[in-house]
Design a protein around this ligand. Structure first.
Ligand code: SF4
Ligand code: SF4
Length: 90
């Protein structure tokens, strides 16, 4: 399981500061990757990032499908940022 960031993200970076495993990164370039993204292979599902988000844009992946089915594609997007996209900054 992993937490995921979805469409509501405003890129303020608050979640990055609290992640104990540093698995949240800003999407670059922003035009193509408009949110911050969580690496599903590293996230330990601690939930620390959730209360930090000012716009409530982070959910456990399993809950996203139930609460916001219109945004469920974000589960693949978060994974793809690391598997096919730029991933962690150099
Ligand atoms: S749930 Fe925990 S480990 Fe996963 S992204 Fe949020 S702060 Fe990081
Ligand atoms: S705290 Fe929320 S709005 Fe800010 S970067 Fe993280 S997910 Fe995006």
């Amino acid at each position: 399981m992993t937490h995921v960031i979805f469409d509501l993200c405003i890129r303020d970076g608050a979640c990055v500061e609290v992640c104990p495993v540093e698995c949240i990164v800003p999407g670059e370039p922003e035009e193509k990757w408009p949110w911050f993204y969580i690496d599903p292979d590293t996230c330990i599902d601690c939930g620390a990032c959730v209360p930090e988000c000012p716009v409530d844009a982070i959910r456990p992946a399993d809950d996203l499908a139930d609460e916001f089915p219109q945004y469920v594609g974000a589960i693949d997007k978060n994974a793809q940022y690391f598997s096919e996209g730029p991933g962690y900054p150099a």
